[in-house]
Design a protein around this ligand. Structure first.
Ligand code: FAD
Length: 615
């Protein structure tokens, strides 16, 4: 029998990141997965990042993880979402060539010194009392380790639904993980069923591209990794089309045949990735929905129609898809489907993602009730670092709501649990002005260096960046200017007698940039990316102060009572979803409201304002 420090079960997004993190920390690690050539497969959409999710990828990268680097290597279209809004809520996103992503992920893992990939199915866990000691594979072989991380994704008791047809499967083309699911059921952990869905895949050759609007990527692509500057792969455009009333009529007429609406699925689905059935029912007044036609790869004819996931029968899928402009003659290569799988209540976990009841067993990814590659990878990173720390006799590694989106997600999952698949949003982070995608390295790379999970090339690059940023700050503090000094420069300041540094003036925003650079030539001489970073830091310095005040106020007001007759749905500014939850749960105090799943700091501040008005 082989003896190792850490075993990771599953080579999806959580497993890949977990294995890489454990190995980087110096633990002898095995990644056991059903198919080695499927490591890094994207089960659903061919894209990484987006709002909130892009922050997670940057944080993983800041700790020298693999997801950002793989996405940069495979990116065929980069777009910074929310570009017109402030940097705090901007989300880097890349559409990825599926094959390139998978191959790059496999290459990155193969390069990890302490990591071995083992192809096989884990069917049992070796236990000694209430501690895990290793795994048993289907061929009877065993591997022992001090820590085991389970990242089985949608595979545990997975059932695929297309209309009223159902078959066992971990995802299309892969068999599910049933023996291990049975073993886990015997451990008597609180668990449930969730579901998710995916759209049909289309043949690109059968799409009438000429009739469609095309959307290119950004002129200046923003990458994920702090180590990368420019894309490697050829960049492409996506097509845009729309559903119409005929599409909706077809869907509506066949709702009873949908797995989700025909009563074939008991699991709860992701509200934020609604299927076309969901859209037609929930947004009945809308006559059209946007559909992005995303090529799945540079040498792949498959197209992913983003926005029309479904569990309708295959023939209905064909007829509704063909009712959409540009898709009249489309050929469906693989029908859309829904999948239902086991998940475990994340409230059974410690902040390290180790189970409270079983020593050495860590859970990460979709099995903890989340959805999305990025959420899975971020948990994989946490579990990988902590499983390695445990095996090597080191202290646990913690993340907090105030240092990262990773910390926000862990806290949400561990304290509130999930009632539907959990995905990240910027609104979940009360400290989002401080937790930006642009400063993830400043927040987390020092922590990674201290832990020993950041390699030399990143350590050197980061030290060089910090050095330049110090030079920038010194240059901006070199002169303190009065309102008289600034007269005629284009920057208008209050006549308050205060003297302002270049850093203070940068907080006036984009318009002040040029003037500041002309007044502080040593700053202007620094590289553009350093100037950009310092300007963003300056812009947020003032808001951060206000954010701290808000946080203190909410803490003080925790015991404030909420009137029992509050008409939440009529409250302006509150999302419909939260208003309904509040109306149903009727929390007595602000502290109770804060614990409601999906509650945001902004919504709490709003509630407090209403309480004060009602007094
Ligand atoms: P997975 O990527 O599922 O990886 C699990 C890995 O575990 C696989 O490599 C598998 O081979 C391995 N494994 C399982 N059991 C064993 C075993 N016993 N022994 C060895 N290896 C094992 N996300 C969204 O954000 N939006 C969506 O709309 C969306 N739609 C989806 C639709 C479908 C049909 C599916 C299948 C997934 C969808 N997802 C969606 C979810 C996304 O794919 C997952 O969130 C993500 O892949 C989870 O990563 P993971 O690492 O937890 O698990």
């Amino acid at each position: 029998m082989k003896h190792l420090d850490v075993i990771v079960i599953g080579g999806g997004h959580a497993g890949a990141e977990a294995a890489a993190a454990a190995a980087r920390l110096g633990a002898r690690t095995a990644l056991v997965t059903l198919r080695a050539d499927a490591i890094g497969v994207m089960s659903c959409n061919p894209a990484i990042g987006g709002l909130g999710k892009g922050h997670l990828v940057r944080e993983i990268d800041a700790l020298d993880g693999v997801m950002g680097r793989a996405a940069d290597a495979a990116g065929i279209q980069f777009r910074l979402l929310n570009r017109r809004k402030g940097p705090a809520v901007q989300g880097p996103r890349a559409q990825a060539d599926r094959k390139l992503y998978r191959l790059e992920m496999q290459r990155l893992l193969a390069a990890e010194e302490n990591l071995t990939v083992v192809e096989g199915e884990v069917v049992d866990l070796r236990m000694e009392g209430q501690a895990v000691t290793g795994v048993v594979l289907q061929d009877g072989s065993e591997i022992s380790a001090r820590s085991v991380i389970l990242t089985a994704g949608t595979f545990l008791n997975g059932i695929i639904h297309i209309g009223d047809q159902r078959q066992q499967g971990g995802r299309m083309g892969d068999h599910p993980s049933v023996p291990l699911a049975q073993k886990l059921a015997a451990l008597d952990l609180p668990r449930g069923r969730l579901k998710t869905g995916t759209p049909p895949r289309l043949s690109g050759r059968s799409i009438d591209w000429a009739s469609l609007e095309m959307q290119p990527g950004d002129d200046v692509p923003v990458l994920f990794s702090f180590l990368n500057r420019a894309p490697i792969a050829r960049q492409i455009s996506c097509g845009i089309t729309h559903t119409n009333e005929a599409t909706h009529d077809i869907v509506r007429a066949n709702l009873g045949r949908s797995a989700m609406y025909g009563g074939h699925i008991e699991g709860v689905g992701p509200r934020y990735c609604p299927s076309i059935e969901d859209k037609v029912v929930r947004f009945a007044d809308k006559t059209s929905h946007q559909v992005f036609l995303e090529p799945e790869g540079l040498d792949d004819d498959t197209v992913y129609p983003n926005g029309i996931s479904t569990s309708l029968p295959a023939e209905v899928q064909e007829s509704y898809v063909r009712s959409i402009a540009g898709l009249q003659n489309v050929v469906i290569l693989q029908p859309g489907y829904a999948i239902e799988y086991d998940y475990f209540d994340p409230r059974s976990l410690r902040p390290t993602l180790e189970l409270k009841s079983i020593e050495g067993l860590f859970f990460a990814g979709q099995i903890n009730g989340t959805t999305g590659y990025e959420e899975a990878a971020a948990q994989g990173l946490v579990a990988g670092l902590n499983a390695a720390a445990r095996a090597l006799g080191r202290d646990p590694i913690h993340f907090s709501r105030s240092d990262s989106y990773i910390g926000v997600m862990l806290d949400d999952l561990l304290t509130r649990g999930v009632s539907e698949p959990y995905r990240m949003f910027t609104s979940r982070a009360e400290f989002r002005l401080a937790l930006r995608a642009d400063n993830a390295d400043q927040r987390l790379t020092p922590k990674g260096i201290a832990l020993g999970c950041v390699r030399e090339d990143r350590r050197i690059a980061f030290a060089a960046k910090l050095d330049l940023m110090e030079q920038a700050h010194a240059a901006l503090q070199a002169r303190q200017l009065s309102s008289r000094d600034l007269a005629g420069t284009g920057i208008t300041v209050r006549q308050d007698g205060a003297r302002r540094s270049g850093f203070d003036l940068l907080s006036f925003g984009e318009e002040a940039r040029e003037t500041v650079e002309s007044l502080f030539p040593d700053f202007a001489a620094l590289p553009a990316e350093i100037r950009e970073q310092v300007a963003i830091d300056a812009l947020y310095a003032q808001y951060l102060h206000r954010q701290e005040q808000d946080a203190r106020l909410l803490q003080r007001e925790e015991e404030t009572r909420l009137p029992t007759d509050f008409d939440y749905p009529a409250m302006p500014g509150l999302s419909k979803e939260l208003a309904l939850k509040l109306a149903r749960l009727r929390p007595d105090t602000l502290a109770q409201a804060a614990r409601i799943e999906g509650m945001t700091p902004a919504a709490l501040t709003l509630l407090l304002a209403h309480v004060r008005k009602a007094r």
